[in-house]
Design a protein around this ligand. Structure first.
Ligand code: AMP
Ligand code: MG
Length: 400
């Protein structure tokens, strides 16, 4: 049995970067950048007015109020390209270029305009209400880096610098396959010994959140031959194959046997983790295979610790998929001697700004209804039977 961190190390070692592709800007939200983004212009591209008012020379305002001659108008998209001379002013709008000669802008509220004359009631400081050219970004500057996940605000950055197409990592193709003779489809009424398959829905959703294209395969039962066929076919058309169920020690747990019969290289098949001990990680050709325990909570925990890490690394994501955060434990929790525990919790911030981890009240590791409210997992290292309220604990966030 290996530790969670050793398992993650092995997974990262096997997670090779996917090829990159150019994608239209509008379709790149949440994808991982594969190129440096470079400013193709200064920002702002010209000295820009920050107020509606008048562009003028501050030295003209020694005696107040002052009369200045109105010689032109500079509007956004339609600047005035003369030179402002002594005793002159140009009417200017927010976002418009400040003409040469003017060193400041006075806001319209402290002026009065009448017949080509502007009366200014308050002095200006040089530079007032002007954002100088290139004061935010210089042309040629790197503004975003490979490995960053594109968010909504970055879309504005990419658009501003003319990236109609963006080089991003190809999305991983994930196939999700559930085993278990007890499973029926969501639109079926389970018989006496049956339950509805829920794992393919949670797994497919987590995989989508991790940036993947997902295929949910038909339920495979606990039929070794069918399982082998489905695994072989699915592995051929996916980068990552996620299997649910059939990895424990039961007589009808065929997943590992199927993988071995297909010649998969098995890297580990047990992790010192609760829930999720019988997790299998293997490779078939270039396809990574995760065999996750079928319990719906175990499936969610192990997908997020292991498969998500692989998907993120394959896309070249810089930020760790498992960023740990500290929090103050709100209630006592139990750990396990022989395994690390990952306990569902809600992370909240109290009035004094401390992050609090509130363990979910739940009926144990099959309580996926309670788990649906979890926003994070509290990590209790192996060997600790008990962690007291008030202790500072490590947590990992679950994706939204
Ligand atoms: P297994 O890992 O196959 O031993 O399954 C462990 C538990 O998870 C059993 O109670 C199964 O019925 C349940 N289970 C397995 N697969 C699924 C699934 N796809 N959806 C919901 N529950 C499942
Ligand atoms: Mg099963």
């Amino acid at each position: 049995m290996i530790s969670v961190s050793e398992a993650i190390r092995i997974i990262l070692e096997q997670s090779k970067p996917l090829p990159t592709e150019r994608a239209p800007l509008a379709s790149t939200l949440r994808r991982i950048l594969a190129e440096e983004i470079v400013a193709d212009s200064d920002l702002p591209p010209f000295d820009r007015a920050q107020m509606d008012g008048y562009a003028l020379r501050s030295s003209d305002l020694a005696n107040l109020p002052t009369r200045l001659r109105l010689v032109g108008e500079s509007a956004a998209g339609r600047g005035w390209h003369g030179v402002v001379k002594e005793g002159e002013a140009v009417r200017i709008m927010t976002g418009a270029p400040v003409p040469v000669g003017a060193d400041s802008v006075q806001k319209v509220e402290v002026t009065r305009e009448e017949d080509e004359v502007v009366f200014v009631k308050e002095a200006t400081q040089p530079g007032q209400f002007i954002v100088p050219r290139a004061s935010e970004i210089r042309r040629g500057e790197k503004v975003l880096l490979p490995g960053e996940e594109i968010n909504a605000a970055m879309m504005a950055v990419l658009a501003s610098f003319g990236y109609a197409e963006v080089l991003v990592s190809r999305r991983p193709r994930v196939a999700v396959l559930a085993t278990g003779t007890e499973l029926v489809k969501v639109n079926e009424k389970p018989g006496a010994d049956q339950i509805r398959d829920s794992n393919t829905y949670s797994l497919a959703s987590y995989a989508q959140l991790a940036g993947a294209f997902v295929e949910r395969l038909p339920l495979a039962g606990d039929d070794p031959e069918l399982l082998k066929r489905e695994i072989r076919d699915a592995a051929q058309r996916s980068d990552v194959l996620v299997l649910s169920g059939g990895v424990s020690m039961g007589v009808y747990d065929f997943t590992k046997a199927a993988l071995k019969a297909l010649g998969a290289e098995i890297f580990f098949e047990r992790v010192s983790l609760r829930p999720g001990k019988p997790t299998v990680f293997a490779r078939m050709g270039r396809t990574l295979v995760f065999g996750l325990p079928g319990n719906p909570v175990s499936v969610s925990v192990t997908f997020n610790l292991f498969a998500r890490t692989a998907l993120s690394a394959m896309q070249g994501c810089l930020a760790s998929a498992l960023k740990e955060e500290w929090a103050v434990l709100e209630r006592n929790v139990k750990g396990a001697i022989e395994r690390a525990s990952y306990l569902p919790a809600q992370l909240e911030t109290d009035e004094s700004g401390r992050q609090i981890a509130r363990p979910l009240k739940w009926g144990g590791s099959s309580d996926f209804v309670a788990f649906a409210r979890a926003t994070a997992l509290i990590i209790v290292p192996e060997g600790l039977r008990f962690v007291e309220a008030g202790t500072i604990v490590r947590t990992v966030r679950l994706p939204g």
